[in-house]
Design a protein around this ligand. Structure first.
Ligand SMILES: [Zn+2]
Length: 94
């Protein structure tokens, strides 16, 4: 059995000031959100997670081509779907 995916990435943010990029992930089992920014790491609170909570739809730059959809087994291959998603998330500038 392959390693199971525990998280899916649901948001990518770019800081207007520093240009740094942050990713918000959702734990598949519990739906809990987390972020890799300092605010989340130290205080378990940040504007990126708040944004995702109030914008429940993942914003993408593109839709999968037919070939890409086949590679993801139409969303059933979670690892391939996650890889595609991370590459096609729209940057939200905050
Ligand atoms: Zn954050």
């Amino acid at each position: 059995m392959g390693k199971s995916l525990r998280y899916e990435t649901v948001g990518r943010f770019r800081s207007r000031q520093s240009g740094k990029c942050y990713l918000v992930k959702r734990r598949l089992a519990t739906k809990d959100l987390s972020c890799n920014c300092q605010g989340w790491i130290y205080y378990r609170r940040c504007k990126h997670v708040t944004y995702v909570q109030s914008h429940p739809y993942v914003e993408l730059t593109d839709i999968p081509t037919y070939q890409e959809a086949i590679r993801m087994d139409f969303g059933r291959n979670l690892e391939a779907k996650e890889k595609w998603t991370v590459e096609h998330l729209k940057d939200v500038v905050l």
